[in-house]
Design a protein around this ligand. Structure first.
Ligand code: DX5
Ligand code: ZN
Length: 218
């Protein structure tokens, strides 16, 4: 599968969000929207109202990364706001099958994310019904942290299992991705690179998104 760039808006200038999204549209394949509830992770971030505004200004797929304690309770709001894909954390779910089913019933594709300390094989029983797996390569909650090398082995492991079963599940890596770490993740089997600070923290966000896409072999 061709490598995709997911521009994570957590590091964007929210007063100029539409403009910044337009700037990355040429290089980004989707937008990655980090929703945090101050319970699953300490920070509070954004939610469906921002998704609704983004839906009006871009045709890029909107992928909502739910770092929240009760993701199932929020699915309808995200769907109605225009989300295309929702990913919830394995650590937050008693019943991943229920989350995947509910997302599908709301016509969204579903993903499962694993924190750095969570073994990735926890997603293996669900691969057949997933759109993607997010391997977190930083502690969830904050942009701008350094990439954790331990995630490379997890990317390899989940990619190996997906390929062994002949599935088309995306492996998205999230955290500390730039034009050095991104290609290492692609070599390990990642097909989606999510990046916030290396894109939106740059002076020229369009150029930064282009550079990451080029580094990833696009
Ligand atoms: C972290 C978020 C990431 C974050 C990545 O909790 O899930 O998506 O935006 O930020 P960078 O790319 O700066 O590590
Ligand atoms: Zn994220």
């Amino acid at each position: 599968m061709p490598v995709k760039i997911a521009a994570s808006i957590l590091s964007a200038d929210f007063a100029r969000l539409g403009e910044q999204v337009k700037a990355v549209e040429g290089s980004a394949d989707l937008l990655h929207i980090d929703a945090m509830d101050a319970h699953f992770v300490p920070p509070l971030s954004i939610g469906p109202v921002v998704v609704e505004s983004l839906r009006k200004v871009t045709g890029l797929p909107l992928h909502c990364h739910l770092m929240v304690e009760d993701p199932v309770a929020l699915l309808r709001d995200f769907a109605e706001a225009g989300a295309d894909i929702v990913t919830a954390h394995l650590e937050a779910l008693d019943d991943p099958v229920h989350l995947i089913h509910e997302a599908g019933a709301l016509e969204m594709r579903a993903g499962l994310a694993v924190n750095p300390e969570t073994p990735v094989d926890g997603v293996f029983p669900h691969l057949e019904s997933l759109d993607r797996v997010i391997v977190m390569s930083v502690r969830p909650g904050w942009a701008g942290q350094p990439f954790l090398d331990g995630s490379l082995r997890k990317i390899e492991a989940v990619r190996g299992e997906i390929d062994r079963r002949g599935l088309r599940v995306e492996v998205e890596v999230d955290g500390g991705i730039n034009d050095v770490t991104g290609p290492r993740c692609v070599a390990a089997g990642a097909t989606v690179l999510a990046a916030a600070s290396s894109i939106f923290g740059a002076g020229d966000v369009a150029e930064a998104a282009r550079r990451l896409a080029t580094a990833a072999g696009r």
